[in-house]
Design a protein around this ligand. Structure first.
Ligand code: NAI
Length: 326
């Protein structure tokens, strides 16, 4: 039996965690032979609700769960963790400006970054789900100077999976028939879902769908899918977000399939001309617990323009919290 891996989940009494925790506990994220210790973080007023979630986790009698802890202190929840899923965030309240939202979250993610820096495993893999995810990841990373900056990532896998589903439905294929999808940029409405490299059953996707559908239907549908789900469900996407977090970490730790890639928001190294340091979503392959940006893709004018728009938004978010970045 392998030694257990420690997985921190923040916002553990929230909606996403309510689906995510059970997937992690059942081995979907780290493997069916990998025991896990769940280290759950919540704000103090939510600890009672968290107890209820833990009672349910206990009641599942998951064979792979080697322990569960609960805390309202990041330095307890992050102690020695191998994976940190930063899901909890401050939601936008009534009348709250974008700037206020950025600042409220900057306060949370700077504290959590410092705590990770102090107590987490030196190889901790961090996935930020809580919004604004890319900039929250940047704040956590900047507050963790002793950790590898590359280990701070944000989630655009849900957008990637949404794009697979839309293209598969349009081409009457299965999502597994679709390869080499890309989400560029920010996890926001400026993200650029790009099918220029994608194939469906080995054929170029761009030859299978009308250009007009791609530009006026596919792109906005993927960009605004979150809002469409809130409208339909009366609540935000939680199970699909949890499932995509499982996919993101699984592929990062266990590797991406041969011949395909995934989208992850990661610190830019300047590839494709994207400003170094921004947490920007790129196509990546993963092997041996490390990701690498897919290089050498042709970027046409249409793509370049959209990649720049979402890059500019990330610059503005970063500049908005610059006074809080060490
Ligand atoms: P939720 O409101 O149901 O749960 C959030 C939980 O976080 C709450 O229980 C709250 O008490 C907790 N929390 C707040 N501040 C905390 C802190 N400082 N430390 C620990 N816990 C804290 O929200 P839900 O639906 O679970 O969503 C969580 C976040 O994920 C939101 O920011 C949402 O916008 C984001 N999201 C991101 C997606 C992505 O693709 N990147 C997709 C869907 C949601």
């Amino acid at each position: 039996m392998k030694a257990p891996m420690r997985v921190a989940v923040t916002g553990a009494a929230g909606q996403i965690a309510y689906s995510l925790l059970f997937r992690v506990a059942s081995g979907d994220m780290l493997g069916k032979d990998q025991p896990v210790i769940l280290q759950l973080l919540e704000i103090t007023p939510a600890l009672d609700a968290l107890k209820g979630v833990v009672m349910e986790l206990d009641d599942c009698a998951f064979p792979l769960v080697a322990g569960i802890t609960m805390s309202d202190k990041p330095e307890e929840a992050f102690k020695d963790v191998d994976v940190a899923l930063l899901v909890g965030a401050r939601p936008r309240g009534p009348g709250m400006e974008r700037k206020d939202l950025l600042e409220a979250n900057a306060a949370i993610f700077s504290v959590q970054g410092k705590a990770l820096n102090d107590v987490a495993s030196r190889d901790v893999k961090v996935l930020v789900v809580g919004n604004p995810a890319n900039t929250n990841a940047l704040i956590a990373q900047r507050n963790a100077p002793d950790l590898n900056p590359a280990n701070f990532t944000a989630m655009t896998r849900l957008d990637h999976n949404r794009a697979l589903a839309q293209l598969a439905a349009k081409t009457d294929a299965h999502t597994t028939d679709v390869k080499q999808m890309i989400i560029w940029g920010n996890h926001s409405a400026t993200q650029y879902p790009d099918i220029s490299q994608a194939t469906v059953k080995g054929q170029a996707a761009s030859g299978l769908v009308a250009r007009d559908w791609y530009e006026t239907d596919f792109i906005p549908t993927v960009q605004q899918r979150g809002a469409a789900i809130i409208k339909a469900r009366g609540a935000s996407s939680a199970a699909s977000a949890g499932s995509s977090a499982v996919d993101h970490v699984r592929d990062w730790v266990l590797g991406t399939p041969a011949g395909d890639w995934v989208s992850m928001a990661i610190p830019s190294d300047g590839s494709y001309g994207i400003e170094k340091g921004l947490i920007y979503s790129f196509p990546v392959t993963c092997k041996n617990g490390r990701y690498e940006i897919v290089q050498g893709l042709d970027i046409d004018d249409f793509s370049r323009e959209r990649m720049s728009v979402t890059e500019q938004e990330l610059r503005e978010e970063r500049d908005g919290v610059a006074h809080l970045l060490p």
